[in-house]
Design a protein around this ligand. Structure first.
Ligand code: ARG
Ligand code: ZN
Length: 883
């Protein structure tokens, strides 16, 4: 049941137009499709194979003639016409489906009484029989017929052609999408919804109607989403010259949704949590996520919809590129450095572990069992890093030229990652040949740098050595093309002018005398490579991999004092943060070793002083400070150990946090007090930065569990006028078990029980808690009246949240594993996509000690032997066991 990239074949039949009709009903929905089919190849007709799953076939006609049982073949997953007409023909199919019973939230389903669809990747086959693959692109119309009272709003892709009343209290709407599209971009929504309406005038002066649809009570919470949409439309025009192409753009928010959002042509469907926001019910983090995802889905209109993927292996063609675009958008709307830090942290905390585990796969996977399992941090986030490297190598204007050529060549087509690569190279006359390994080789490259300085020759040498670790099915790798952005700092902390560099015996000029250049990009392409800089007056301190110019692990011979120096002086802000992180990682690892040898722990005062000087540096951006004083996550440290030890890492991280809080108590207190504000909530960088710094400081103080400080935190909780501050105070208090914690948690629930998005945060906060034995608490919450296994957001909050606490999920008694194992099986019966996301928490079981390994393995074996297991869970569980 595994599908391989190398087996790709073009479709034998093309679909020109598709006319759909939906008769939406309470106990069944009838879907009628009329497809104009063309055969792509001349000669003897080959069979036409249509995908279909969970469908009841009512009738099938070819050119108006009903087919008899013997004229077609029907199995579990396909409808086959063995010998269709040799020339163009009309295929008409009627099926019956049951959206109200569809808990997989894939295909057509109901969410809070409304009908809605999710077709990517292969959900359209749950609606009707079709060639459900992205290289079959057709023009669609969609007629929706439904009860007028229950479903007053009827939406689909494109333009509304007609609407009107029908007998029996019904009404209809007829939609037409003028753009060809693959089936995964089809969408339908029907229900009781109201909209916030606005307009956008495009750069060429066309007026676009913008509508964001929600249940009526939530319309006030869509202001930020609308602001984000308009900002995204403007940004795409300004930065990429890309204009919206229809007169209408709809967004619908639904509470039950497997992922974040979906870019269906002109009818984006969103998980409510990525649309609805008000200062009282959403945090700064939520506001930022909404901005990013509204942008992301909008940007797909060009990168994904106008130019789509030939097959699902190419997913990163649209996702990597669109994530890169949304990252750039958010950077331009806020702080570039802080956004970069957040994105790199995400890559390190989630993608690096994936790339080092049994589910490691290249940005373009070679095979899959269930495509839904490949909507991963590798395809998305590492894919975005790959796109970013083109920009680093070609420069902003070169990158833009490449994008322009890509659209010029491929508008209206379904293409591959090589097509994107070719557009980038051709537009710039560049030879980036070995760059393509980024698409085909999994694993995070490990790069070692060693430096030496020759004062007499005034030469400074950097030697690079790269290693791409083995991954499942890829034991040996080719060297990768790695762009290393760098600068060299002099003893005053200033960037030295770079004049020329020797590489492979060739001298390259970087700058002539009149225009000093202080930053360059080295192209590291071989396993071992040396670059020698000339005219270097003193031993420099290198600032390597500036702005994180490649998704690698970098290991250098910088000393602690070099790192402190970079932390204080680097002109590249990202690398200032990075220097602090490298120091913190080293420190944490050495304390972990002490802890494991039962030595008493003590914290290097130089480190505390480093943190103090950042905290008190008024010239730095406050959000940058907040990031720079935050320790690397426990996962990141465990990732660097031969055998991951969650207890030791947790103990060490808590120890350092408390030591910092103790030593910097006065500074932290002052920071909290100086960064309060009584003004009304504004979502802008200045205020977000202020809140981030205040709340990070508050969390440090609360870790001391000192009654006086607890009072302070309680005061922050009570006086908060927005959720960012209130929730931060709640989280700070919740670090310490006891009555205060219990009281505040129940107060918060009472206050917010009517708002399910806030309640989800309340679930997540408790689930993620590192309090010993938290599994019992989480067990209890499963039967809380507000919990529901059928709602993905609730599952991600409570069960996903629990797996995010290494000490509790990996508890030595196996209680965390047992909890998850049982839930995965329950969830799999309801929603395989959600179950398979949850089972992924087991995938790195081999990283732990033998005792834990045995416990986790037993759960995986239990899961795999269950009857009726979905392909989704099977793929993750079996690959986890095999590796
Ligand atoms: N294309 C959507 C996005 O904007 C995500 C679709 C995810 N589909 C899935 N089966 N997981 O990223
Ligand atoms: Zn996307």
């Amino acid at each position: 049941r595994e599908i391989f990239l190398k087996d790709y074949k073009m479709p034998d039949y093309l679909f020109d137009t598709v006319d759909l009709r939906f008769d939406l009903g309470e106990d069944k929905t009838i879907v009628s499709s009329k497809i104009a089919v063309l055969s792509r190849v001349e000669g003897a007709p080959c069979p036409l194979v249509l995908h279909g799953s969970d469908l009841k076939l009512l009738s099938i006609k070819v050119d108006g003639k009903e087919l008899k049982k013997e004229d077609f073949h029907l199995d579990h997953r396909h409808l086959t016409l063995p010998s269709p007409p040799a020339s163009a023909f009309i295929l008409e199919i009627v099926t019956e489906i049951y959206p109200q019973k569809n808990t997989s939230l894939e295909g057509l389903f109901k969410s809070s009484g409304n009908f809605c669809t999710q077709c990517e990747a292969e959900g359209f086959r749950k609606i009707t029989f079709y060639q459900d693959r992205p290289d079959v692109m057709a023009r669609y119309t969609c007629r929706i017929v439904a009860d007028k009272t229950l479903y007053p709003v009827l939406l689909s892709n494109g333009n509304l052609l007609e609407q009107g009343d029908l007998e029996g209290d019904k009404h209809y709407a007829l939609w037409e999408d003028p753009f060809k599209k693959p089936s995964y971009l089809f969408a339908l929504v029907a229900g009781q919804l109201e909209s916030r309406d606005d307009k956008f005038i495009t750069c060429s002066g066309r007026e676009v109607q913008l509508r964001i649809w929600t249940p009526s009570e939530d319309v006030p919470k869509t202001a930020h989403a609308m602001y984000s949409l308009k900002a995204a439309m403007k940004w795409d025009e300004d930065v990429f010259g890309l204009e919206y192409d229809l007169e209408l753009f709809n967004i619908v928010a639904v509470p039950d949704f497997n992922m974040g959002a979906m870019e269906n042509k002109s009818l984006n469907i969103f998980n409510s949590k990525l649309v609805l926001a008000s200062p009282e019910t959403a945090t700064d983090g939520d506001y930022a996520a909404i901005l990013g995802v509204i942008g992301h889905e909008y940007f797909h209109n060009w990168t994904g919809n106008r130019v789509t993927c030939r097959d699902w292996f190419q997913l990163s063609l649209k996702e990597g590129l669109t994530v890169f675009r949304d990252q750039e958008f958010s950077s331009d709307m806020g702080s570039r450095t802080v956004k970069r830090i957040a994105d790199v942290s995400r890559l390190r905390n989630y993608q690096f572990p994936q790339d080092a585990g049994p589910m490691a796969h290249p940005v373009r996977p070679h095979s899959y069992i269930k495509m839904d399992n490949f909507y991963t941090v590798t395809v998305y986030e590492k894919g975005a890093e790959v796109v970013r490297m083109y920009k680093t190598l070609l420069g902003s204007s070169g990158f833009r030229k490449g994008m322009d050529l890509y659209f010029k060549r491929h508008d209206g087509q379904a293409v591959t990652c090589e097509d994107f690569f070719a557009a980038m190279c051709d537009a710039n006359d560049a030879d980036l040949s070995s760059f393509l390994f980024w698409y085909s080789q999994a694993g995070t490259p490990q790069v070692r740098v060693t430096s030496s300085y020759d004062p007499d020759a005034r030469m400074y040498s950097l030697k690079f050595n790269q290693e791409v670790p083995p991954t499942p099915d890829q034991p040996v790798k080719e060297p990768m093309f790695i762009p290393i952005a760098l600068g060299l700092l002099d003893s005053n902390g200033k960037d030295m002018p770079l004049t020329c560099v020797y590489h492979d015996g060739v001298q390259q000029t970087i700058s002539s005398n009149d225009q000093p250049v202080c930053k360059t990009i080295l192209h590291v392409k071989k396993k071992e490579e040396e670059f020698v800089f000339a005219n270097i007056p003193e031993r420099p301190i290198p600032s390597l991999l500036r702005d994180y110019s490649a998704p690698i692990r970098l290991d250098s011979d910088l000393t602690d004092s070099d790192l402190f120096f970079l932390l204080a002086h680097d002109s590249d802000e990202f690398n200032r943060w990075e220097a602090g992180q490298v120091l913190a990682r080293k420190l944490m690892l050495s304390l972990v070793a002490d802890f494991q040898q039962n030595k008493s722990l003590s914290l290097n005062p130089k480190f505390v002083e480093g943190i103090r000087s950042i905290l008190c540096n008024t010239s730095l951006d406050k959000e940058f400070i907040a990031k720079a004083i935050t320790l690397p996550g426990e996962g990141e440290i465990m990732d660097m150990m031969t055998v991951a030890d969650p207890d030791a890492v947790h103990a060490v991280r808590v120890f350092i946090k408390k030591q910092i809080a103790l030593n910097l108590k006065e500074d932290l207190l002052a920071t909290v007090i100086n960064n309060r504000s009584s003004e009304t909530y504004v979502f802008d960088h200045h205020n977000m930065a202020r809140r981030a710094l205040k709340n990070t400081s508050l969390a440090y103080l609360a870790s001391l569990d000192d009654p006086e400080l607890t009072d302070l935190v309680l005061h922050e909780y009570k006086s908060a006028t927005n959720l960012t501050d209130q929730f931060a105070a709640l989280a700070a208090i919740a670090q310490n078990a006891g009555q205060v914690r219990d009281g505040v948690l129940s107060d918060f629930y009472t206050k917010w029980q009517h708002d399910f998005l806030v309640v989800n945060k309340w679930f997540a906060l408790q689930a993620m808690s590192d309090i010993p034995g938290n599994v019992t608490n989480v067990q209890k919450l499963l039967s809380h009246p507000a919990f529901d296994l059928r709602n993905p957001n609730k599952v991600y909050s409570l069960i996903g949240g629990f797996c995010g606490s290494p000490v509790n999920f990996h508890a030595k008694d196996g209680s965390g594993y047992k909890f998850l194992g049982e839930l995965v099986l329950q969830l799999d019966k309801i929603n395989p996509q959600v179950a398979s996301r949850m089972v992924s928490a087991f995938s790195r079981w081999r990283r732990y000690d033998e005792h834990r390994q045995a416990l986790a393995k037993a759960q995986l074996e239990m899961i795999i032997s269950a009857n009726g297991l979905s392909d989704n869970v099977y793929e993750i569980a079996s690959k986890s066991l095999a590796a």
